[in-house]
Design a protein around this ligand. Structure first.
Ligand SMILES: Nc1ncnc2c1ncn2[C@@H]1O[C@H](COP(=O)(O)OP(=O)(O)OP(=O)(O)O)[C@@H](O)[C@H]1O
Length: 495
């Protein structure tokens, strides 16, 4: 790359007007912009007000001398190549400047050819350094956010914000509907922070009762209450040196809010049954799907705690506000499912991807992930051509979408050819009465569970994993279908 063409700004700081004129002449002839300063203070002023790519700095100047300007640059993290200009008898100081980070020194009288070469080399090197730094930043971003898929401007904005805040110690409040990826973002912020080698501890605030709060949050010592058979380390202590995620923070009781506020203020905890206090060092991230304004008004959430939590709010938009991410996410979940289950690659037909893009996804990405898994289990070939169990209640008409939403669905989806539909599950478009529809959905759900069960080789934990639900949800669903325990019996009976 030819640095001359870039019109870099070169600042010449010298108290001699003759030197400034001579050097400016050479710099301009080389194709760079020459800026000048007649002393150290003027030099610092220009550095703060202009974009300066290279500094030619006289060592001996009235007011702040060259060495002091160099110290100022270091103290203020201002990174740019500096070439010292020095009289012969200042050489030892010039060497000292190199040790302080100056790129090179030139002795007076400055020879034009030496000046030209040194300036060109310094600018090329600095531009190369900037490129490497940019690449490093991109690589770091790709690595930290590798599990977060999406290309929409809305998602990219979230990533950019997370990048900005992750290296600080600021408390982050991640706000978004259920299933939008709040926990994923919290994990990414932790892995991009200085605490990345420390623990990442998640507390589900909705699951902590007032009775158990002290023991769970702060720990207990053996014998401190009935059933305390051994010492226990609480969540805050477990997170020492790392990050703690307070998930579903809006569901925390007022009692527990007071306890958490105290830890945030004092950074100390006391285990139940123990007198001594222990210091804890953690970074706090909280997540919520709730709007706090009403809770604060109704005094069910402490305003003083809220303002501590939301030092930096990070808003994750729902999937329906970034529809362009849907096909990408759907394909990603399908590929992951096939890889995890040793299935030959399958794909979605274009019309299915369009249908998925028109759905509102009230359960956001988690719901999309589950629907993709079900579709993969129910497939009848290597292409998925219909999603019969996609509820119509949240389906947008293409015409109802905003123009930006429609960029990917400009043509209406062609009707599915009859022979491609799943044989035993009628398509969702069927104009059946409501009861009939409910029955069809129930049937589709059961078929999905049975196929997952087959795929899992009869293992119920694995079945639940494939379906993306917990084991207890699986049992609940089975119960709903009148199957209490023995799923294999139902499969063999064909239900
Ligand atoms: N952008 C994304 N790319 C890939 N997977 C994602 C993305 N966002 C979320 N997911 C996946 O969706 C699921 C839900 O994400 P996550 O648990 O982070 O959401 P959440 O907002 O914390 O949900 P909840 O409020 O219900 O706890 C997870 O399996 C997660 O891996």
């Amino acid at each position: 790359m030819n640095t001359k063409r870039e019109k870099n700004n070169v600042l010449i700081a010298d108290d001699s007007a003759v030197m400034r004129t001579l050097i400016s002449h050479v710099i301009t002839k080389l194709g760079y912009n020459a800026l000048t300063a007649n002393d150290g203070d003027a030099c610092i002023h220009t550095l703060n007000s202009e974009k300066v790519d290279l500094l030619l700095l006289d060592l001996s100047m009235p007011g702040k001398n060259g060495m002091e300007v160099l110290s100022y640059l270091k103290a203020n993290d201002m990174v740019l190549p500096v070439i010292m200009i020095t009289a012969d008898d200042d050489i030892s100081q010039a060497v000292q400047c190199i040790k302080m980070g100056a790129y090179e020194y030139l002795t007076k009288p400055v020879k034009n050819d030496r000046l030209e070469i040194t300036v060109s080399n310094a600018l090329s090197e600095s531009s190369l350094k900037k490129k490497v730094q940019l690449l490093e930043k991109e690589l770091k971003q790709q690595n930290i956010f590798r599990r977060i898929y999406g290309e929409s401007p809305a998602l990219k904005r979230c990533i950019e914000q997370a990048m900005q805040v992750m290296e600080t110690e600021v408390n982050v409040l991640v706000i978004g509907e259920s299933g939008t990826g709040k926990e994923l973002f919290a994990q990414a912020i932790h892995s991009g922070s200085k605490r990345k080698n420390g623990p990442f501890v998640t507390i589900n605030c909705a699951a902590i009762s007032n009775e158990l709060a002290d023991s769970l949050l702060f720990g207990h010592v053996k014998g401190s209450f009935t059933g305390a058979n051994s010492d226990h380390t609480g969540f805050f202590e477990q997170a020492d040196g790392g990050t703690i995620l307070l998930d579903e923070i809006g569901d925390m009781s007022l009692d527990i809010q007071a306890k958490v506020l105290r830890v945030l203020q004092e950074r100390k905890i006391r285990r139940v049954g123990e007198k001594k206090e222990r210091s804890v060092d953690f970074r706090l991230i909280s997540a919520t799907h709730k709007d706090f304004s009403d809770a604060i008004k109704n005094k069910t959430f402490r305003a003083d705690l809220y303002y501590r939590l939301e030092e930096y709010p990070l808003l994750i938009p729902p999937l329906r506000e970034r529809r362009e991410d849907i096909p990408l996410l759907a394909n990603h979940f399908l590929d992951s499912f096939c890889t995890a289950n040793n299935i030959d690659p399958i794909s979605f037909s274009a019309s299915v991807l369009e249908n998925l893009s028109m759905y509102d996804w009230p359960g956001n990405i988690r719901e999309l992930q589950n629907i993709v898994r079900r579709a993969a289990i129910n497939r009848s070939g290597d292409e998925i051509t219909s999603i019969p169990f996609l509820p119509q209640t949240h389906m947008q008409e293409a015409a109802a979408l905003s123009p930006s939403d429609q960029s990917h669905i400009d043509k209406p989806a062609p009707p599915e050819p009859k022979e491609q539909k799943a044989p035993d599950i009628p398509p969702a478009e069927t104009t059946a009465p409501e009861q009939g529809k409910a029955l069809l959905l129930k049937n589709a759900e059961l078929q999905t569970i049975l196929k997952a069960y087959e795929l899992a080789g009869g293992n119920q934990t694995r079945t639940a994993e494939i379906l993306g639900i917990s084991r207890s949800s699986l049992y609940r669903k089975l119960k709903k279908f009148g199957i209490e325990k023995n799923l294999s019996l139902s499969v063999t009976k064909g239900l």
